[in-house]
Design a protein around this ligand. Structure first.
Ligand SMILES: *Cc1c(COP(=O)(O)O)cnc(C)c1O
Length: 387
């Protein structure tokens, strides 16, 4: 069988190798504790589930959904963005529902990338950005992020000829995997850079609601003029513990939203209406679960930071997102480190190289692990030392 070149060209999926190794360990009877996956262990709040059950029984929700979603969902998104960020969006032209933000990110390059176009992607960063660019026939250019700059993009370090060729730039703050956060001044610099070089910006804000110590992440679209060049992709997955329900949204520049809606309407048939009803209940309903869950993650963060430091890694407690991004001692490879930790004490962490070449030298630990497992994992980390 002949596979398309674009499939052959995909990078090997590092995490599939890790999953295989975990499965082998478990088959040998090892009690594996995984800090690998960023998937909230906390349940979807009950009032959101109630909306699903009620909506599922209504025949109006049992046929095909519209690919641009229920008007009520787009309106709820606009209300939520107004309540949360003080921004106003026209629900009919500046909002599009997504089947989870990953779906939107995957389709966005099809809207803006022609063959030979360049797209700027953060490195380390969420692997979907470069892959989606490649699948659209474009070329990803890795913007190297360093701890020294707080993992913020240094726009001056991007060669002018690259910037001039670039059609699209992905940004992600609060960030996966680095947990870095950005302020409005950074978003203003990004907007100016984008305007100077005629680049479209896609800001991934999947972690907008996961923050600690009173920190409140800003929207990219709060930056003056951002709406001229940008859309923001967001999701109910992390903030409302809804990863399994697959719903998110993109908001911002109307031409960009229209292009994405056009691509999507040719490829998918939208989000099940009952799930859109859940999302309306989540966005319009009480927001207490976010505060309560963040208190849980913050407590986990603090105990896990101690354990990671005891194991010989360096880490700054994150202000937002679900991850500890931990620096390994000089010269230690992230894959070797993760392999040794799994072999020695049955603890899984994600090697930084999985997020790009500049993720090397780091590992990522997720806070989405139930408290009893966290306790056991911490015990093992504290009793272990890299030698
Ligand atoms: C989890 C995650 C997403 C995907 O979320 P879905 O809405 O569930 O598809 C997008 N971007 C980043 C950076 C993530 O970590």
């Amino acid at each position: 069988m002949k596979l398309a070149q674009r499939v052959e060209d995909l990078p090997p999926y590092l995490f599939a190798g890790i999953s295989k190794k975990i499965a082998e360990k478990r088959a040998q009877g090892v009690d594996v504790i995984s800090f690998g996956i960023g998937d909230p262990d906390l349940p979807t709040p009950p009032h959101i589930l109630d909306a699903l059950v009620e909506a599922a029984r209504d025949p109006a929700n049992q046929g095909y959904p519209e690919s641009d979603g229920l008007p009520e969902y787009r309106q709820a998104v606009a209300r939520w963005y107004n309540a949360r960020f003080g921004l106003d969006f026209d629900p009919d032209s500046e909002v599009v529902p997504l089947i989870g933000s990953k779906e939107g990110l995957g389709h966005i390059p099809l809207c803006f990338i022609d063959p030979a176009d360049v797209a700027l992607v953060p490195d380390p960063g969420y692997p979907v950005y470069p892959v989606a660019v490649q699948l659209a026939g474009g070329t990803p250019y890795a913007m190297q992020l360093s701890e020294h700059d707080g993992f913020l993009v240094d726009f001056d370090a991007i060669p002018k000829e690259v910037a001039d060729k670039a059609a699209l730039m992905f940004l992600n703050y609060p960030s996966n995997p680095t947990s870095a956060t950005a302020d409005l001044a950074f978003f203003e610099r990004a907007t100016a850079f984008a305007k100077r070089h005629d680049i479209i910006v896609v800001h991934d804000m999947a972690y907008s609601e996961i923050a600690y110590d009173e920190y409140v992440p800003p929207s990219f679209l709060e930056a003056p003029g951002a709406r001229d060049v940008a859309i923001e992709v967001n999701s109910l997955s992390k903030g409302y513990c809804m990863t399994g329900w697959r719903i998110g949204m993109a908001v911002g520049n109307a031409r960009m939203i229209d292009a994405l809606t056009t691509i999507k309407s040719n490829l998918d048939s939208g989000i099940p209406n009952a799930i859109q009803r859940m999302a309306i209940a989540a966005l319009d309903g009480p927001q207490d679960s976010i505060r309560e869950n963040n208190a849980i993650y913050q407590r986990r963060r603090d105990t896990l930071v101690d354990a990671v430091r005891a194991a010989g890694l360096e880490v700054e407690p994150p202000k937002a997102s679900l991850y500890l991004w931990c620096r390994l001692p000089d010269g230690v490879s992230s894959v070797d480190f993760a392999g040794k930790l799994l072999d020695d004490v049955g603890v899984v962490v994600t090697p930084g190289i999985g997020y790009g070449d500049h993720g090397e030298g780091y590992v990522r630990l997720s806070l989405t692990i139930p408290d009893d497992r966290l306790k056991e994992g911490i015990k093992r980390l504290k009793a272990w030392r890299l030698d």
